[in-house]
Design a protein around this ligand. Structure first.
Ligand SMILES: Cc1cc2nc3c(=O)[nH]c(=O)nc-3n(C[C@H](O)[C@H](O)[C@H](O)COP(=O)(O)OP(=O)(O)OC[C@H]3O[C@@H](n4cnc5c(N)ncnc54)[C@H](O)[C@@H]3O)c2cc1C
Ligand SMILES: NC(=O)c1ccc[n+]([C@@H]2O[C@H](COP(=O)([O-])OP(=O)(O)OC[C@H]3O[C@@H](n4cnc5c(N)ncnc54)[C@H](O)[C@@H]3O)[C@@H](O)[C@H]2O)c1
Length: 513
């Protein structure tokens, strides 16, 4: 039933068909009573990044909102999840805590150059204490997110949600009538279909291991693979990173990929490129063996592995959700197909975050959740803006990027001026760490606008966030050059790259008739 503010702002989708043709959504706030018809203005399935943000803001705009979420657990399943979702419980947060834990190991190792000595009985790390501390923090965050929903007057319903029809959601047998439904169920790790896949772990379990593996194979060359490879290696494990491409991190700038691969090797990873995982089996001693196939048809066996981590992508959580039955169009991977307002082909059903499989990043899910809240609850049709979304890979070393890669910019803009620099950061000149830093600016030769910025090196994420503002605002190279640096820092290199490293010029191909 609509109450107080919600009654005044009861929502009416006046012309739902228009948005699918790319026109403005007409979502009119009316005082017309739908009190008897609907329990809620918006019912969100999934209380992760996008779901919490969308629900909370819709409620703050006066809509009557409910969100359902599975009961809490550290490892997700068909029946377990938790308020906060992947980012908070099984993604960004616990992963970054692990990165911090592993960075201490590096710092201790390299402190000798600055005169520190390790105690004679050596340094010890308690994996159990760390996992305990991490769990405690996740429980705190889970509680904090519940409080946020409660304070925003969003009704939280614990259980598995399912769409019954365009205006009905069922949670564990109970039906709720709602004007709009927001699908924010995220995704789950997808394992390769190879013999022995059941012996492998995914990122969920990698964050909950009872002990650090001594030898581990990581399958995949994406974000999760290189991040966990870095974590385990810094914690002292022998790490084998196995991927199909010649270089890891497909989709990143080509020079960045090459530089990062060299740095990963310098940091101790063994990279196995251009190989495909074939099977995993258990050895007599309980450890695991992995067979991979090379391009030439030969195979390679990695033995004595404590763990094999499959980091081979994620799939949308739409199975058994009732979407297809309700008429919602789904893509090949099961993602909800939405328009520029995050609206599905069924006018009352919206979707945000990983389930739409656009850009799988928390801040993007937040942006999409906000946009839907404004569109649905504020009568203010709002599209998420995907230009210059920055991202970082928390590998060792870190990578951060915003805007176009050189390859994508060359295709779209033609002529480019490329600025690059590579150097040994000051800390490493004394610490003895072999790692170097790389920075790159991709500039449109005609307009001199900075189209993309890329960095491999310590603090790349912290540095790139600020430059992302400039790129998004359309900064030119001359404007970057006019900024005074902060010295001594690595970041200052981005405003002191004066000479063009390379000119990319589009040569029209002569055609014969
Ligand atoms: C290991 C790892 C590290 C990552 N690191 C980063 C990072 O550093 N930076 C970054 O920006 N992104 C990172 N990501 C990606 C980020 O976590 C996701 O993009 C983000 O969480 C997506 O938010 P979402 O709201 O779409 O989905 P989720 O956060 O996954 O939330 C979906 C929620 O829906 C619930 N749910 C599912 N089905 C149902 C149902 N039927 N009924 C009720 N509830 C349901 C789930 O339990 C879950 O809580 C990482 C991801 C992983 C896996
Ligand atoms: N720092 C961050 O922001 C961060 C960290 C982790 C995850 N994420 C998000 O989560 C998403 C999922 O991460 P991910 O690393 O699982 O996915 P990904 O898509 O980045 O990488 C998947 C990897 O698995 C490989 N792969 C896929 N199918 C394969 C097969 N059949 N055989 C062998 N290899 C195969 C791919 O080639 C790729 O290297 C990312 O796209 C990213 O958006 C972000």
């Amino acid at each position: 039933m609509l109450t107080g503010v919600a009654t005044r702002r009861c929502l009416q989708v006046a012309n739902p068909g228009r948005v699918n043709r790319g026109l403005c959504t007409r979502v009119t706030a009316t005082a017309s009573a739908s009190v008897g018809d609907f329990d809620f203005d918006l019912f969100t399935i999934g209380a992760g990044s996008g779901g919490v943000r969308g629900s909370r803001f819709a409620a703050s705009y006066g809509a009557k909102v409910a969100v359902c979420e599975l009961p809490f657990d550290y490892v997700s399943s068909e029946t377990r999840g938790g308020v906060g979702g992947t980012c908070v419980l099984r993604g960004c947060v616990p992963k970054k805590l692990m990165v911090y834990a592993s960075e201490y190991a590096d710092d201790f190792r390299h402190a000798g150059g600055f005169g520190w000595s390790v105690p004679s009985d050596g340094l010890r790390h308690s994996w159990t204490s760390f996992i305990e501390a991490k769990r405690k923090e996740l429980q705190r965050l889970n509680g904090a997110y519940k409080n946020t929903l409660n304070n925003a007057k969003v009704t939280l319903i614990e259980g598995r949600g399912r769409v019954v029809d365009p205006h009905t959601v069922e949670v564990d047998g109970k039906h709720y009538r709602t004007k709009n439904i927001l699908i924010a169920v995220g995704g789950r790790p997808s394992k390769l279909d190879i013999p022995g896949a059941d012996l492998c772990i995914t990122s969920d379990e990698a964050l909950e291991l009872p002990e650090c593996p001594r030898k581990v194979a990581v399958l995949g060359g994406g974000y999760i693979a290189v991040e966990f490879s870095g974590i385990f290696a810094r914690m002292g494990a022998e790490v084998h990173t196995v991927f199909r491409q010649p270089l890891p991190l497909r989709g990143f700038d080509g020079e960045v990929r090459k530089f990062a691969a060299d740095q990963y090797t310098a940091a101790g990873l063994t990279l196995h490129s251009e190989v495909t995982p074939q099977s995993v089996s258990r050895q007599m001693d309980g450890r695991l063996s992995l067979v991979v196939a090379r391009k030439d048809g030969s195979s390679e066996v990695l033995t004595d592995l404590d763990q094999v981590l499959m980091a081979t992508g994620r799939v949308p959580n739409t199975h058994g959700l009732g979407l297809a039955e309700a008429g919602v169009a789904l893509g090949r991977k099961g993602q909800v197909l939405v328009d520029e307002y995050c609206r599905s082909n069924v006018p009352s059903i919206w979707a945000v975050g990983d389930v739409i499989d656009r850009i799988q990043l928390t801040p993007v899910a937040l942006m999409e959740g906000m946009a839907v809240a404004k569109t649905v609850a504020l009568d203010n049709p709002t599209k998420p803006d995907y230009w210059a979304v920055p991202s970082a890979v928390f590998s060792n070393p870190e990578i951060a990027t915003v805007g176009y890669t050189e390859e994508a910019a060359a295709e779209k803009f033609g002529d480019l001026d490329i600025y690059t620099t590579s150097f040994r950061p000051m800390r490493n000149t004394v610490s003895g760490s072999p790692l170097r830093t790389f920075m790159k600016a991709v500039v449109d030769a005609t307009s001199q606008k900075v189209l993309g910025m890329h960095m491999v090196g310590a603090e790349a994420a912290e540095i790139m966030q600020g430059f992302a503002v400039a790129v998004k605002m359309g900064v030119t190279k001359a404007q970057l050059d006019s900024v005074v640096g902060i010295h001594p820092s690595a970041a200052e290199e981005f405003v002191t790259m004066r000479s063009v490293s390379r000119q990319v010029r589009h040569v029209p191909v002569a055609t014969t008739v």
